[in-house]
Design a binder for this molecule. Structure first.
Ligand SMILES: [Zn+2]
Length: 100
């Protein structure tokens, strides 16, 4: 069983907000990672957020703000009615009156 002391504190600085964050890992794991080991394999006990802070320094808040899903851009199906032309042409569904 591998020791899991997490005594090695890495300070990362977020490039977006400039805040420093601490991530605690095992020192051996850090050197494995430094040697080119995948962060996911080297630090299986860290959360994805913590691993991201080690790799890029980006804190979870800025990650969410920069790359997070923007739900405001979703189209509201209720609005379709307003876009239907008088002849029945619906830009989303196609024309359903073949005589127009
Ligand atoms: Zn940040």
């Amino acid at each position: 069983m591998k020791e899991n002391k997490k005594e090695y504190i890495i300070i990362t600085t977020c490039p977006f907000c400039g805040h420093a964050h601490e991530v605690a890992v095992n020192e051996d794991d850090f050197w494995d990672w430094d040697d080119g080991k995948n962060a996911q394999d080297a630090f299986p006990y860290l959360t994805p957020d913590e691993r991201e802070m080690l790799i890029s320094g980006i804190c979870p808040t800025c990650w969410e703000n920069t790359f997070g899903s923007d739900e405001d851009e979703e189209e509201d199906p209720e609005d379709w009615e307003d876009d239907v032309d008088e002849c029945g042409y619906n830009p989303y569904m196609g024309c359903y009156d073949f005589d127009c």
